[in-house]
Design a protein around this ligand. Structure first.
Ligand SMILES: NC(=O)c1ccc[n+]([C@@H]2O[C@H](COP(=O)([O-])OP(=O)(O)OC[C@H]3O[C@@H](n4cnc5c(N)ncnc54)[C@H](O)[C@@H]3O)[C@@H](O)[C@H]2O)c1
Length: 335
């Protein structure tokens, strides 16, 4: 592709991070879109986007030949419709996480992505968080030996961000926010083969779902794991993640400037923890956009593709089901 990549950005709240990601890459902003005119105006003025590129209806962009890539940051319930419409129109799509909220919707997106010549990426941003990128590097290089246990938590107080669509029973905290921790473990150690979960509900009376859930799970290669999700916790946002290996241990977080690495020293005992400084950047939209744009330009495979997003949601749905039925659930990865 010789010309500059042209982006259209849909959804002007969290979606402003996508505008910044696109601009940092050097893409041109061909259109911004939001149902809410005030939000549209705010973003348009903030990023100096000419008014003739402001839209309130995304359908007006489907057949715009100038637009190459569309970023979608609107309520989760709408991801399917908007992503599928743009894929069918031949636009590359970067859609926010979670891919969608139901089995039917994730299957539809996987199908549309398979049938389209355009590329699709799901915004599982933890795959671009510096501490987690470093953890993956360390695991893959064998520094901590063979992984036998991995845990991640998503603890984020939603008390004051419970807008209508976030309190929809379909938008269970395990899917909406917990998908970050689930996707991270999948990326680091593989696809869970079975999950068993328990939930409780003491903090968010405004929602119909459990606000705290713990899931234990089995992974391939005899790895066991755990995910804890709390969407009402009384503490700062954290995604503390620990990976235990036969030769060492990694402790990291998306909100800490230091990660810890234990390695084997004398007598097979762990050395003192080594502090590794890392940038705190838990919404690394610049790296996310850059990787996707390079996939498009070089026609290379997208790692966080629709199938990956679907597998993550399927594990989340399995956790919710297990907590409800009290029975172990084997995720079904056939979409
Ligand atoms: N990666 C992350 O860590 C992260 C963080 C926050 C939000 N998100 C995701 O981003 C998405 C948006 O979240 P948010 O916090 O910005 O939500 P929000 O409710 O604050 O904002 C959504 C915006 O979308 C607009 N909108 C709704 N329907 C629309 C439509 N059909 N066409 C155009 N605009 C429409 C609304 O007017 C609003 O301005 C969600 O999927 C959420 O899960 C991801």
């Amino acid at each position: 592709m010789d010309k500059k990549l042209v982006a259209a950005n849909i959804g002007m709240q969290f979606g402003r991070a996508h505008i910044e990601g696109a601009l940092s890459f050097g893409a041109e902003i061909g259109a911004i879109c939001d149902l809410d005119e005030q939000s549209l105006q705010y973003a348009g003025e903030k990023y100096n986007i000419p008014e003739d590129k402001w839209f309130t209806d995304y359908h007006d962009l489907l057949n715009n030949p100038d637009i190459d890539i569309v970023t979608v940051a609107i309520p989760d319930q709408l991801h399917k419709k908007v992503s599928v419409d743009f894929l069918k129109a031949g636009k590359h799509v970067l859609c926010e996480k979670p891919l969608a909220l139901t089995r039917e919707d994730i299957c539809d997106i996987v199908k549309a992505a398979e049938e389209s010549d355009a590329k699709f990426m799901v915004g599982q941003i933890c795959r671009f968080t510096p501490a987690f990128v470093k953890a993956k590097e360390l695991i893959d290089s064998g520094v901590i030996g063979e992984v036998y246990f991995a845990e991640s938590e998503y603890a984020h107080d939603y008390m004051h961000i419970l807008k209508d669509w976030r309190s929809d029973p379909l938008r269970h905290g395990v899917i909406g926010g917990g998908c970050h921790a689930v996707d991270l473990l999948r990326w680091l150690v593989g696809d869970p083969t079975e999950v068993m979960a328990y939930g409780t509900h003491k903090l968010l009376p405004a929602v119909a779902y459990d606000d705290a859930t713990i899931a234990i799970m089995k992974f391939p290669n005899d790895i066991i794991g755990k995910v804890f999700v709390s969407t009402g916790c009384k503490r700062d946002y954290t995604m503390r993640t620990v990976i235990y290996g036969t030769k060492g241990t990694i402790i990291c977080d998306n909100t800490s400037p230091v990660m810890k690495l234990y390695e084997i020293g004398e007598n097979e005992m762990a050395t003192e923890a080594q502090d590794i400084p890392v940038e705190v950047n838990n919404h690394n939209a610049a790296a996310e956009f850059t990787v996707f744009a390079e996939n498009i330009i070089n026609n290379t495979p997208v790692l966080a593709n629709a199938l990956e997003g679907a597998k993550t949601v399927e594990v989340c749905l399995s956790i919710v089901e297990s907590a409800k039925t009290g029975k172990p659930v084997q995720p079904d990865y056939n979409f």
